[in-house]
Design a protein around this ligand. Structure first.
Ligand code: CTP
Ligand code: MG
Length: 241
């Protein structure tokens, strides 16, 4: 059995507003329900743990979302890493692979989840990544120091998946402050090899208000492909170009 920990206990300070971004309505439902639905649809996931701010647990429950996989609601911490750790403590002891995902990434695909789980099952640790399309510079005191060769660079996305015991070991005795921005950082410290899975540029993390327009466009595109009108959409794009 494989478990997903979805962390959604953040305040969304860069996004702003009075309602945390994960509870804003994207199309017909709150953003977090889009994310949950992807994990619900993934056959390789048997248990879902949703980490929420303690004062948002009742609000989430009032949304009436149900999953036949047995959704566990857990109170998170002050930092993302603390929230993951709270989720980790609730994982079923029988779990083989634990997959960690940002609640703020609703456009993860079911295939990305499956592939990451499969690689972790075979190799022990897997991380979804995407290439960097811009030229990257190192900057010091307002001036460019050098250009970094981007060919070997990747952006770390989520999901990131690990054998349960590896992830538990990675969190042992670690100060879970803001500097811990993903799970791979901790697993790297153990000297364990982490295999990459190429992810999609669509798997964005909704971070600032600018991301919202993109999210709405991606949602529209998802709806088009579900309803089978993707051909028309592609044709339109071709006509435009
Ligand atoms: N997260 C969490 N617990 C925290 C902080 C973050 O569960 N204490 C979650 C967020 O809800 C989000 C994911 O981790 O789904 C990635 O974090 P980020 O995009 O940074 O979201 P926020 O921390 O909410 O935003 P900000 O940093 O702008 O405040
Ligand atoms: Mg944050």
């Amino acid at each position: 059995m494989n478990t997903a920990i979805i962390v959604a206990a953040g305040k969304g300070s860069r996004f702003g507003g009075s309602v945390p971004k994960q509870f804003l309505s994207l199309g017909d439902k709150p953003l977090i329900l889009h994310t949950l639905e992807k994990f619900n649809l993934c056959e390789l996931i048997g248990e879902i743990i949703l980490v929420l701010a303690e004062d948002k647990i009742d609000h989430f429950a009032s949304l009436g979302y149900e999953s036949e996989k047995g959704l566990k609601l857990v109170a998170g911490g002050e930092t993302r890493a603390e929230s993951v750790f709270m989720g980790l403590k609730a994982v079923d002891s029988e779990a083989e692979i634990v997959v960690v995902h940002d609640g703020a990434r609703p456009f993860v695909s079911v295939e990305e989840i499956s592939e990451t789980v499969k690689v972790a099952k075979k190799m022990g640790a897997a991380c979804l990544v995407a290439p960097i399309n811009e030229t990257v510079k190192e900057v010091k005191e307002g001036k460019i120091v050098k250009t970094i060769d981007r060919v070997r660079l990747r952006r770390a996305l989520t999901p990131q998946a690990f054998r349960f015991e590896i992830l538990l070991r990675a969190f042992e005795g670690v100060k879970l402050d803001e500097s811990i921005t993903d799970e791979c950082m901790l697993v790297e410290r153990l000297g364990i090899e982490i295999f990459v899975v190429e992810g999609s540029q669509k798997n964005i993390k909704i971070t600032t208000p600018e991301d919202w327009a993109l999210a709405e466009a991606f949602l529209e595109e998802e709806k088009c492909s579900e309803s089978g009108s993707v051909t028309i959409f592609t044709d339109l794009k071709r006509i435009k170009s």
